[in-house]
Design a protein around this ligand. Structure first.
Ligand code: GRF
Length: 202
């Protein structure tokens, strides 16, 4: 499967995918990252892609008349690489109607909390503030909500008394990176069906 990854930051989830393809070989793993896109310049995620010799593209909201125009431009940029699967890995923008129309059902996202708990941009901070005893990460299909699409897999991470947001997020990311690599490989090798809120992988 041809995978385009969208990033907005450090890109360690992207790096985990790149490392899996390099270690297993695209045929055995079932997927290869063919391009990396971002909504901003100057982030480590783009450097990681360039270091891997991958094409990159940046689609900034401020370069477009409005959000819908940005969304269309992002969809066009992605289309150039003819992805089978789009992976949002720390991508901090909500994908709009046109992007979803073109790629819906083939976009997955990784979120650092156990959805439906703590959706949105501060899931780690909110789980900590809530005093939850466990949190974790969720890999799900993207739908027209915020972190609301059908769940594919989840991983549990304990919250420790001494945790602050960054320590907890790092511990979550250790689980998240493995989960994302596993899910992308499974979807790529076995295919999948989405039935309502259920994701069936034969
Ligand atoms: C991940 O934990 C992702 O779930 C969240 O932001 C983090 C991105 O990390 N949205 P990285 O850029 O992949 O290192």
């Amino acid at each position: 499967a041809r995978v385009v990854v969208l990033v907005s930051g450090f890109g360690t989830n992207l790096q985990a995918l790149l490392d899996a393809v390099a270690a297993e070989g695209a045929p055995a793993y079932g997927a290869e990252v063919v391009a990396v896109g971002a909504d901003r310049d100057g982030i480590a995620g783009l450097e990681r892609a360039e270091r891997a010799g991958l094409p990159v593209f940046v689609c900034r909201v401020k370069d477009h008349a409005d959000r819908a125009a940005w969304d269309r431009a992002l969809a066009e940029a992605v289309a150039a690489y003819e992805p089978d699967l789009v992976v949002s890995a720390g991508f901090m923008k909500i994908l709009g109607a046109e992007f979803l129309a073109r790629y819906g059902g083939r976009i997955i996202n990784t979120h650092p909390a156990l959805l439906p708990s703590f959706p949105g941009a501060h899931g780690v901070r909110e789980a900590l503030a809530y005093g939850a005893k466990v949190t974790g990460c969720t890999v799900h299909f993207v739908d027209d909500g915020v972190d609301t699409g059908p769940v594919i897999a989840q991983g549990v991470v304990e919250i420790r008394d001494e945790d602050d947001e960054s320590a907890l997020h790092e511990r979550i990311k250790e689980v998240e990176r493995k989960l994302l690599v596993e899910v992308v490989g499974l979807l790529a090798r076995h295919g999948y069906r989405i039935e309502g809120r259920k994701v069936l992988i034969p």
